[in-house]
Design a protein. Sequence first.
Length: 238
Amino acid sequence: MRDARELLGPAWPGPVRWLLGKLLELGMRLTRQWRYDDYRLETACGLRILVLPGVANPKLLRTGAFFAGSLDVAMLTGRDVLDIGTGSGICALVAARRARRVVASDLSRAAVRCARLNALMNQLEARVDIRHGDLFAPVPGERFDLILFNPPFLLGAPRDERDAAWRSQDAAVRFAAGLDAHLAPGGFALLLLSTFGDACESFIDELRSRGFVLGVDARRRYINETVTLLRVSRGSGA
């Protein structure tokens, strides 16, 4: 069995890459690109994405655009899709172009407003049902062929709804506990994790403890982190 660290990729990028990462972060801060509280209009995956204050920018923070760009046609066509923690809505909107049905949810009210605006901007509002709530709470009793989740990477109590995109005390436990009840027969989840943050190994451990099988679906190494898209499926005995 591959251990959690192996699934996440290289633990450290090396001293040169670490230094380059710090310089990149400083440059972003100096140019004000790192700020959360700006309105920004981005283009990614053929979509126009308006990022509202308090919502994670999928292009500047990289993970959202990487996740959305990893969703291929065969994976989405004809499927019922749930996008948990949708943020700006980029993954849900990519899915909506091919999927049979898409539900997107987020704990942040600002993110829900942002995703709804982006659905309107891209003329996909009729194909995405955007709901407010935490993890599986907005979809009681519903099952999906594909569940997408870009979770908080840090352990700890979030200060507010905005910080909940980064930090949670128990997201790994609750996601793993609720996943089986919301997967359709033959369904699977795609979970995005990073070598940045101390919560990512917990997701792997919790899912494995409940009998799920994990494999690497996509991976990208940046200057200061490696991000990995894991495919989470039921085990043969489930």
